[in-house]
Design a protein around this ligand. Sequence first.
Ligand code: FAD
Ligand code: DLZ
Ligand code: SF4
Length: 510
Amino acid sequence: MTSPTLILILGDQLSAEISSLTDADPAATVILMAEVAAEADYVWHHRKKLAFVFSAMRHHAAALRDAGWMVDYVALDDPANSGSLRGEVARAIQRHRAQRLIVTAAGEWRLRSDMVGWAAALGVSVDIRADDRFLCSEAEFAAWADGRKALRMEYFYRDMRRKTGLLMEGKQPAGGQWNYDADNRKPAARDLMMPRPRRTAPDATTRQVLALVEQRFPDRFGSLDDFWFAVTRDDAQAQFDDFVATALPRFGDYQDAMLGGEPFLYHSVIAQYLNIGLLDPLSICQAVERAWREGHVPLNAAEGYIRQIIGWREYVRGIYWREGHDYAHRNALAATRPLPDFYWSADTDMACVRAAVEQTRDHAYAHHIQRLMVTGNFALLAGVDPHALHLWYLAVYSDAYEWVEAPNTIGMSQFADGGLLASKPYAASGAYIDRMSDYCSGCRYDVKAKSGAKACPFNRLYWPFLIRHADRLARNPRMAPMYRTLNNWGVDKRAALIADGEACLSELGL
Ligand code: FAD
Ligand code: DLZ
Ligand code: SF4
C-alpha cells in the first residue's frame, strides 16, 4: 500500500456497517483504533464502563482483521501512545504515509468540534461522514421540529412508527392505540419470578483489559468485580434474545417498578450495546414486534419497549444535535448546590438513594425510574447544579454518551432546559417512591411523615421546590393541582415548609 486511506473507528462505532467503511477497499485501507487517555478521562468514567469499551474495541478489531481488514490498534499502555485521538491520527498518518482520513462523525459535540479542525492541523483531507445508525437523521429531526411550538416525544414517536411500519396495521397503530403506558404502572411484588440478564464470562482479552483498568485507574469510581457484560455482537445478541424470552413479556407492566436487591427487574440492560454499535436498534425492534405477532408477548410490553427505542432514544438524540453545544450547560431553574458526596459514596440513610448508588457502583447500571425518580428527583428537589449532575450521569453508567445522557439529565430529569423536552418537572414526594418500590419499608426515614427530622427528605423538599419555582411552574396546567393545594395554605404554613426544607438539607450535610 503506497498511500492508504486511513479510517478511524471510535470506541462507540463498533457497528459492522459503520458509514466510514461502506465503500472502502480493504486492500487500500488501514483502519485505526486507539485507546486514549483523553477519552478515558474527559469524565470520570466508571471502571466497568472503561473495561467494557476497551474490551469491545479489542474484540471488534479482531473481528475486522478476521474479515480481511488491516487494523492498526493502539493500546492504552503502548508507550508511544500520545493520549489523544488527534495525536493518534497524526502518528498513524506518519506511520502509513496516509493522505486521506475518513471517519464517521463523533457522537458528542466535544469531539465532533475537534474533528472539524483536523484537516488543517494534520495536512490531509478529512471526510467526516454522517452517522447513519439512527432511524431519524439530524436533518430529518430538525425538519420535524421546525415551526412546532412544543416538541413532544409522543408525536415524534408516531411518525417513527409510520416511517418504520413497526406495530402498524395499515395506517393505524396495532391494537388501535399508539401508546399503552396507562397499563404500565404496576409496582413489583417480591414473589414475582425474577429473570436476570444473561451473563457472559470474561475471556482472556476481557481479563487483560480488567487488569489494565485496575492498574491504570485505581482510584476511579466503580467496582470491577463480577464483570458479565457482553463484549461482542454475538454475545450482546444472545443477551437480548434471552431478555425477549424471559423478561420482555412483563417489561410493560413493571417498567416503572423498583425493588431492593433487584437492580435489573424486567429491563433489558442493552443500552450499552446499542450505544457502541454492538446491537442495531431497528433489528431489535423488529424482533420485539415478531415476538408480539407470534403471541409470545403482550402488546403493552412490545409497544412500551419499541417506544423507548424508536421514540425516546431517537428523540433525545434529535434534541441534542438541534439544541447545540450549550445544551449541557443550561440551568433554567438556577440550581447551584454542589453534587452531594453520597452520589459517589452511597453513604446516606435514604434507602432509595443508597440502593441506586450502590448498584450503580457495582453494575454501572440503574434502570430508568431509578435514574429519573430517585437520583434525578432528589437532585431536582435539592437544587443541585444540573451540570454537576450531568457529569455524574455521564460518568457512572456503562451506556452513558452525551447525546443521550444530556437530554435525559438536563431536559427530562432537571427541567434545566426550561421545559423544551419535558412538559413538567419530574418532581415527586416520597409517596411516589413508596408506591413503586419496597425501599421505604427498610428506610430510617418515615415516608408518611411530612416534616421534622424523621420525615422522608423527598417529602420535606417537595413543597419548598414548588414554592421556589412558583413563578415558572404555577401556570403550567400539569402542575395546577399542586399549586391549588399550595395556594390554600397560608403564609405561615408556607414559611414553615421552607424552613423545614432548609433544615432537611442541613441535616443531610448539604
Ligand atoms: P430498558 O428499560 O430495557 O429500555 C430499552 C432501551 O430503550 C434502552 O436500552 C435504551 O436504548 C432505550 N431507552 C429507554 N429509555 C430511554 C430514554 N429516556 N432515552 C433514550 N433511550 C431510552 N440512556 C442511555 O442510553 N444512556 C445514558 O447515558 C442515559 N442517561 C440517562 C440519564 C437520566 C437522568 C435518565 C433519567 C435516563 C437516562 N437514560 C440513558 C435513559 C434510560 O434510563 C436508559 O436508556 C436505560 O435505563 C438503559 O437500561 P436498559 O437497557 O435496561 O433499558
Ligand atoms: C467512551 C470511550 C472511551 C472510554 N475510550 C475510548 C477510546 O479510548 N478510544 C475511542 O476511540 N473511543 C473511546 N470511547 C468512546 C468515545 O468517547 C466516543 O466515541 C466519543 O465520546 C463520541 O461519542
Ligand atoms: Fe426514599 Fe423517603 Fe422512602 Fe426513605 S422514606 S426510601 S428516603 S422515599
